[in-house]
Design a protein around this ligand. Structure first.
Ligand SMILES: [Mg+2]
Length: 252
């Protein structure tokens, strides 16, 4: 493993339920809309990647607010999403959402081992950068080779485009990359890029089908609770994984 690549939402921090969902609802309220995404409804909406796409999907099924003409829909979504992003940034900036357990520990181990680090997310670039800088801190952030986010690619996950771009930018082959994802769309993107994928499930994704994953855990975890070490993560990728499968190698 030469590169360890993290998804952002749901992997670095459990942003969906208590961050993004709350920010969407605050944006709807500020806009004077009588729309409230419950914890359960938001779980269904997460099948749509990307905040703008998610709102459009919702309004197309539940009806557009009165006063939003067809030609104005793009601008309406764009403005609402910008407002939501600002509100989300305030939630992150306030520090009320913590890193998921084990993330800082694994990042530190990877830095110590000379493994390249990257973040690949199809969420808004400003919020991804703020999460990384605010929650991982300046030292760890400086050790990330690439933070790819938002509209840097044309096709969002499950398309592998963002992972293919990361591989090119990092100058490594796909089989030298291990991706940490929390949901099925992300898993499919990583596997379609030919990479090893470790899934850390989140509240919304625990019931999804992860049969293509190389490994699934609830958390990376920190001592004294159950945890995954960097060596164990390395052993998910070739050639270590092949040796394990053949029963002829050691778990390093
Ligand atoms: Mg995610």
């Amino acid at each position: 493993m030469k590169a360890l690549i993290f998804d952002c939402d749901g992997v670095l921090v459990d942003t969906e339920r208590d961050g993004h969902r709350v920010a969407f609802n605050r944006a709807f309220s500020q806009q004077g809309l009588k729309v409230e995404w419950s914890v359960e409804l938001y779980g269904d909406l997460l099948a749509i990647s990307g905040g703008k796409e998610r709102m459009r999907h919702y309004f197309e099924r539940r009806g557009w607010p009165s006063g939003v003409v067809e030609e104005g829909r793009d601008a309406f979504i764009r403005e609402l999403h910008a407002r939501k992003t600002d509100l989300f940034m305030r939630i992150i900036d306030s520090g009320e959402l913590p890193l998921r357990s084990g993330v800082a520990r694994i990042v530190d181990e990877a830095i110590g081992a000379g493994v390249q680090l990257a973040v690949c997310s199809t969420s808004n670039e400003r919020s991804v950068n703020l999460i990384v800088e605010k929650l991982l801190g300046p030292h760890r952030t400086a050790n990330f080779s690439e933070i790819l986010a938002g509209d840097i690619v044309q096709h969002k996950k499950p398309d592998p485009e963002i992972y293919n771009l990361a591989r090119e930018r990092l100058g490594v082959s796909a089989q030298d990359c291990v991706v940490v994802e929390d949901n099925r769309n992300g898993l499919l993107a990583a596997k379609a890029a030919g990479m090893t994928c470790l899934v850390t499930t989140s509240a919304y994704s625990a019931e999804e089908d992860f049969s293509e994953a190389d490994h699934v855990v609830a958390e990376l975890g920190d001592p004294p609770d159950a945890m995954l070490t960097l060596s164990e993560i390395v052993c998910l990728s070739p050639p270590c994984s092949g040796r394990k499968a053949n029963g002829t190698g050691n778990n390093q």
